[in-house]
Design a protein. Structure first.
Length: 461
């Protein structure tokens, strides 16, 4: 019995995946905490789920709208883990998920009052022994002859490196959530004081405060004026060799190096910097101007150096994050710059479209369409209409993919194999579906996002 152990929304889909070899529907019962039958029905035979190999049935009890805890689903002699039906079981999700970013900040102490005692730690990589620090980081030998202060930013998911091409996408997503909240009138998303971070209650929405922590780092990675490749952006900074796990950031004794600039990293800064200028204009004009200046400088540098690629074998001490096709980054950056400046010179460089491949740190072309439909008043009407049509078509495909699987997921790998980091594909595809809901308010899109349930192991009496 695979149910959502966290809980189902009262006004949302309520389904479960049941591993059962039967080729015909089987009976199910929904019990309340007292063991009384609330409702019953028969399963839909989904069939063999390609990714898992399980033969799966679906039980649909969406008609139940009685708030409560301790519900269980029973099929034969198998009983699910208990679960709840609640008015808004995911109300805390935005706060809880966004809280991740503070925990992985570099260059600042992580304080117990914000992160909890279990996650508190001293600042990492600020030049305090045994750290070599990020306050004066030299280039990897043979790439340049200067040093930069690149403290701050977020550590990567699996190491203590800091990477422009995935950090910029994450910063963009935080800023996009702010722009989405403004467009939809979502007061919760605009809250100052939402998160447990030092900047809360400073008059700025916390999601922007958190995005700024990474954006400041991105700005610091730009090659200074007067240097070769001025205006370009260093691809990454990390330890000379892989840091042993577990090693707390402040206890890392490895030397750290800037790795060579890349066109992909430069365009990431151009995109995130342009968006930064747009969203920060009402809160900090000086910072907004700094972001836009850096974004324009990065764009010019990328145009002058369109094929400077990060090497695929640069993976000692940190991930390579190689990308040898930056046409999508050019289009994404041009979209953000046009949305902010209305300079038509950028308009002709917007030439990518969202596809069923979705988006990722390497494939950012879809973000052009997502920005266009998020900010329709800033783009030509014909462009908006075309982007809207494409976003809805891709979202419809993701909904079909979700419905076709025994364990519903808007990510349906063509070869049936989930890649490393596949949770991000699921979340990014769900963002596309959620954008389709924003555009249409069709319940089918909302249900598809809520319908991705958490699976559990079978439980028996």
């Amino acid at each position: 019995m695979r149910t959502n152990q966290y809980g189902y929304a009262v006004h949302g889909p309520k389904k479960a995946s049941i591993v059962n070899a039967a080729t015909k529907p089987v009976s199910w019962r929904l019990l309340n905490a007292s063991g009384a039958v609330v409702t019953s029905g028969r399963t839909h035979v989904q069939g063999t789920d390609a990714a898992s190999g399980d033969h799966v049935h679906i039980a649909d009890f969406s008609s139940v709208r009685r708030i409560g805890t301790g519900y269980t689903l029973v099929v034969g002699d198998a009983t699910s883990h208990p679960f709840a039906i609640a008015e808004n079981p995911y109300q805390a999700l935005s706060k809880d998920s966004l809280g991740y970013f503070y925990d992985v900040r570099s260059g600042t102490p992580i304080e117990a009052q914000y992160a909890g005692a279990a996650y508190a730690r001293p600042a990492g990589h600020i030049g305090v022994a045994p750290n070599k620090g990020d306050t004066d980081v030299p280039c990897l030998p043979g790439t340049c002859d200067y040093s930069l202060d690149v403290r701050g930013g977020w550590y990567d998911a699996g190491d203590q490196g800091k990477y422009v091409v995935n950090g910029a996408l994450a910063a963009w997503q935080l800023m996009d959530s702010y722009e989405r909240s403004r467009a939809q009138g979502d007061i919760a998303g605009l809250r100052d004081g939402l998160l447990g971070i030092p900047e809360n209650h400073n008059g700025v929405p916390d999601v922007l405060d958190e995005s700024r922590w990474e954006t400041e780092f991105l700005l610091s990675m730009q090659v200074p004026a007067g240097e070769p490749l001025a205006g370009m952006v260093h691809h990454k900074v990390h330890d000379l060799a892989w840091t042993a796990l577990p090693t707390r950031p402040d206890q890392d004794s490895q030397p750290r190096y800037l790795h060579a600039p890349s066109t992909a990293a430069t365009l990431n800064l151009a995109a995130a910097g342009a968006q930064c200028a747009r969203v920060w204009g009402r809160y900090d004009a000086v910072f907004a101007h700094r972001c836009l200046t850096a974004a324009k400088t990065a764009w010019k540098a990328a145009v002058a150096h369109p094929d400077v690629y990060a090497p695929s074998d640069d993976s000692v001490g940190g991930g390579a994050y190689a990308d040898t096709d930056v046409t999508d980054e050019f289009s994404w950056a041009a979209t953000e710059l046009y949305a902010t400046t209305h300079d038509r010179a950028y308009l002709s460089r917007i030439d990518t479209e969202i596809t069923p491949a979705g988006f990722s740190w390497r494939d950012t072309g879809a973000l052009a369409d997502l920005t266009v439909v998020r900010l329709p008043s800033r783009f030509p009407a014909r462009m908006v209409a075309s982007a809207r049509k494409r976003v809805l078509a891709v979202a419809d495909g993701f909904v079909r993919d979700e419905r076709s699987q025994g364990y519903p997921n808007p990510n349906l790998p063509a070869d049936g194999a989930y890649v490393w980091g596949s949770n991000s594909v699921t979340a990014n595809n769900a963002l596309v579906i959620a954008t389709a809901y924003d555009l249409t308010h069709r319940d089918s899109y909302r249900s598809a996002v809520l319908g991705r349930w958490i699976t559990s192991s079978a439980a028996t009496p």
